[in-house]
Ligand binder design. Structure first.
Ligand code: ADP
Length: 257
């Protein structure tokens, strides 16, 4: 059963021709938010009008990743996304003071998510949605109300992370959201001192899992201190032309293909 609000959101999305791409993961800490931010910036650099919805109620990190602390204004009770790094952003983190817990039960979280989805997105063509990790309420209500055009799942290479990622993929499949692919993050590490490569979490597991599940493997990113530092400082590497910038552009091109 759908309420009037849900139907309205679905209709608005359909009429605007705007596409939502959900970025999910089986568990936290695998780099889902970092990848979501950088994919959005890379897509914008390819000339798309890109938005990002930060729906990670447990750890809304998009404002920091995109280097903005600006709060969205509201017009007729509709939130106006803030501009940062060439993308438009609405985050659950912007709805409460920084550092305050989002101790929301399902309906509250769903209400907040609605506000973000129904923001004034204008001529935005693509909206990346940074989901909370796992397969809970927020994921389900986004899938039901906003009908994402596709989903990307981020995983680190080790078996335990991949088992969780498989659950996230299963949720999208069961709800008929096309899985656009899996990205392997933190795969391999080049020692900055001796240059010797090593694989703290292994490597290649996500690619094997993608083959097994019959979904595309979009690519892998190494564990990188400079990526972490730039992300913490609100300078998404996708905005630059270094190795990480090129890697994110490749991923963005694959997503558009
Ligand atoms: P999630 O959204 O899955 O919880 P985050 O994107 O918040 O994960 O990333 C968790 C931490 O790992 C952050 O400090 C981030 O900067 C760091 N991180 C993510 N990807 C990489 C990487 N490839 N190399 C180094 N650090 C990374």
């Amino acid at each position: 059963r759908h309420g009037a609000g849900e139907v309205r959101v679905a209709l608005t999305a359909a009429r605007s021709g705007r596409k939502l791409i959900a970025v999910g993961s089986g568990k936290g800490g695998v780099g889902k938010s970092t990848l979501a931010a950088n994919l959005a910036v890379a897509l914008a650099r390819l000339g798309r009008k890109v938005g990002i919805i930060d729906a990670d109620i447990y750890g809304p990190s998009q404002p920091r990743l995109l280097g903005t602390s600006e709060r969205p204004e509201a017009e007729d009770k509709t939130l106006i996304p803030v501009a940062a790094q060439g993308v438009r952003l609405l985050s659950v983190g912007q709805l409460v003071p920084e550092g305050q817990a989002l101790a929301w039960r399902g309906p509250m979280a769903a209400g907040a998510l609605n506000q973000l989805v129904e923001g004034q997105w204008g001529d935005t063509e693509l909206i990346i949605v940074d989901l909370p990790p796992g397969t809970g309420d927020v994921q389900l209500s986004l899938i039901q109300k906003a009908r994402p055009a596709g989903a990307v799942v981020v995983s680190t290479p080790q078996d335990l992370a991949l088992i969780d990622a498989t659950r996230a993929i299963d949720l999208f499949r069961k709800t008929s959201v096309p899985v656009l692919g899996i990205i392997e993050n933190m795969a391999g590490y080049d020692c900055p001192h001796c240059g010797q490569p090593s694989d703290p979490f292994g490597s290649g597991g996500a690619e094997a899992a993608a083959h097994e599940l019959g979904i595309p493997f979009l690519g892998r990113l190494p564990l990188s201190a400079s990526l972490r530092e730039a992300s913490d400082a609100g300078r998404p590497p996708a905005a630059g032309d270094g190795p990480a910038g090129r890697a994110f552009r490749d991923l963005a091109e694959k997503l558009l293909a």
